[in-house]
Design a binder for this molecule. Structure first.
Ligand SMILES: Cc1cc2nc3c(=O)[nH]c(=O)nc-3n(C[C@H](O)[C@H](O)[C@H](O)COP(=O)(O)O)c2cc1C
Length: 233
């Protein structure tokens, strides 16, 4: 979608919104510069305006920075190298048919952008491990909800996270939602002192994007509307 917005037009609110949505991308390389604390407060306050079933706001978010971030990064890398996953939400999804096609059908894949060959197992593994390095971000957020909630509330948490990601983009910042981080839910909860009554849905690295990193050249596209939206008159 990037590039279809005409920047020469006078910006209406809708134009600005479209542009923010189009500019958001999964950032997989960050500069080390931390965000000011008051900006973090502002961003997560905006995220909290997300809608939710019955306004229950089922999310509990742990924001990790500084020494805590260094610790959790080490724990995640250790766990990922050991390879024994322990997610709260089982990894049961398989992508077939059009979902599989979309998964691999980016205009410029991350592997192409970063020069990782199709059969280069070692480089692919290193690329996956970047998840647990938090893509060098100075901050990470981990999104939890009570274990007794279900799909409805998980959808609420998704809306909350997207509201956050768009707010980050509006401030010239970047983020990457990371299901991979939830693979080591027990270790994360232990490290953060979070109750096991909560389940970890996913994490999110965020900060200032490193626009010069090769990964910034990856481009995803989207299925045509006719594939995903059905109109009824
Ligand atoms: C809930 C969720 C989990 C994701 N998990 C990961 C992940 O573990 N690692 C990763 O690099 N990207 C992850 N992504 C990013 C997707 O790959 C990305 O959103 C998709 O390819 C579209 O690209 P875009 O975000 O750049 O538009 C995740 C996205 C979402 C919404």
């Amino acid at each position: 979608m990037t590039g279809i917005i005409d920047r020469s037009r006078a910006d209406s609110r809708a134009d600005i919104y479209d542009r923010i949505v189009a500019e958001r991308r999964s950032v997989r390389a960050f500069l080390p510069t931390p965000l000011p604390a008051d900006l973090i407060t502002r961003l997560f306050t905006v995220a909290g305006r997300a809608p939710s079933n019955c306004n229950a706001q089922p999310w509990t978010t742990h924001i990790v920075s500084g020494a805590s971030l260094a610790r959790i990064r080490n724990v995640l890398l250790e766990q990922a190298r050991a390879g024994q996953i322990d997610p709260d939400v089982p990894l049961t999804s398989t992508y077939v048919d059009q979902y599989k096609a979309r998964r691999i059908g980016s205009a410029v894949t991350l592997f192409e952008a970063t020069g990782v060959g199709r059969n280069d197992t070692e480089a692919r593994e290193a690329s996956f491990l970047r998840n647990f390095e938090l893509f060098d971000a100075p901050h990470a957020a981990f999104f939890f909800m009570p274990r007794y909630f279900g799909l409805r509330e998980a959808a609420d948490v998704g809306m909350y996270a997207q509201t956050l990601m768009l707010a980050l983009t509006a401030h010239g910042l970047g983020s990457c939602a990371q299901g991979a981080l939830s693979h080591y839910a027990s270790a994360i909860k232990r490290e953060l002192g979070a109750s096991d009554e909560l389940i970890c849905l996913f994490g999110l690295s965020f900060g200032y994007p490193d626009e010069d990193h090769p990964s910034a050249a990856a481009i995803t596209d989207r299925a045509p509307l006719s594939e995903t939206v059905i109109l009824h008159d």
